[in-house]
Design a protein. Structure first.
Length: 341
């Protein structure tokens, strides 16, 4: 087969003879989790010889894999062998960090076989364990299934906290759930993923906030005057300083920006992250002894939270399908506006 040696960042196309005398080159084409032996990695040996106890090199992750045992698979029967030759297909025991499509080769003469391509998932659902006991096993079981099947994906949504599984169709995911129950003894329930909303504001307002805290030693003091306004769609978070005369020292600008960013992570209506919101620091004041980065960060954070209700907070929902009807003479302008979003 066509193979590629990696020399620095350049890939050079080479050809390996399908011979026992050629350097070892094999591809892992299937991963199976066995209840007694653990992970079985099915390999097709294109060149060279692999013996039980050999150490192979994975050029994708740079790790070495030790093949402890080699098995020839005959339906549900297994035959352990001492070695396999070019052209053989076998299951390797002991390979831990290689996945479907990885190359296993001689570390002294590394080669990268042409990669396998897999379709992207087209459907996703949320999955939840039925009991606390099942929760402990669900994560590891899903990871094992994902290693076996590259077209199956699993991740935890950072915003909703749900575990999401994705596959090639409803039947595909039904089979995954059935295997969880039969092979891993994990009872689970699937459902629709939660929609991650966003929040924004609709009004341009001017805010003043003073943070004062006195303690036994140095206190905290920060005074900020700023504007908060809605940005154009897709612009996201922006910050600008228009302070003049040193009323707020330049070294505190980053702390003020961080405070605004932190405040925009939690909206006023339902706590969703805020988007397309801008801030301009106009003025303020500081104290030589009591002002600090923490004080100005707190002032920006609390000042934003205190005034969000006055800025016309708005909940934004994702749009999946949009139908627009316009006269022909406006078609180009409308298309340009939609594409910019």
């Amino acid at each position: 087969p066509d193979t590629f040696n990696r020399e620095g960042v350049e890939e050079v196309k080479v050809t390996r003879a399908a011979s026992d005398d050629a350097p070892t080159a094999a591809m892992a084409f299937k991963i199976v989790t066995d209840p007694y032996m653990g992970q079985l990695t099915y390999i097709r040996l294109y060149s060279g010889i692999i013996r039980a106890g050999d150490t192979l090199y994975n050029p994708r992750n740079g790790k070495k894999e030790r093949v402890s045992r080699l098995l020839l698979m005959h339906a549900n029967k297994r035959e352990e062998v001492a070695q396999i030759h070019a052209g053989d297909i076998a299951a390797a025991v002991g390979v831990k960090s290689s996945t479907t499509g990885d190359t296993l080769c001689d570390a002294k003469q590394p080669v990268l076989l042409e990669a396998m391509t897999f379709p992207e998932p087209v459907i996703q659902v949320s999955i939840e364990p039925d009991t606390k006991k099942d929760e402990e096993k669900l994560g590891s079981s899903l990871q094992k299934l994902a290693m076996e099947d590259p077209s199956f994906k699993v991740h935890v949504d950072g915003e909703t906290g749900q575990t999401i599984i994705a596959g090639m169709g409803e039947l595909h995911l039904d089979i995954i759930c059935d295997r969880l129950r039969r092979e891993f003894n994990v009872a689970c329930t699937v459902g629709r993923p939660k929609v991650a909303y966003r929040e924004s504001i609709t009004k341009h307002i001017k805010c003043v906030y003073k943070h004062v805290k006195q303690t036994g030693g140095h206190g905290q003091f920060a005074h900020v005057v700023f504007e908060m306004f809605p940005n154009a769609a897709g612009l996201g978070f922006t910050f600008e300083s228009k302070v003049s005369g040193g009323s707020v020292p330049r070294e505190y600008f980053r702390a003020v920006e961080d405070g605004f960013k932190q405040a925009s992570q939690t909206g006023h209506l339902a706590g969703f992250p805020m988007t397309d919101i801008g801030f301009v620091l106009l003025d303020g004041s500081h104290h030589k002894m009591d002002s600090s980065e923490m004080a100005f960060r707190t002032a920006a954070l609390q000042g934003t939270r205190e005034n969000l209700s006055k800025a016309g907070p708005q909940l934004q929902e994702p749009i999946m399908v949009l139908e627009v009807v316009v006269p022909d003479e406006y078609l180009g302008d409308v298309m340009g506006d939609l594409n910019s979003r």
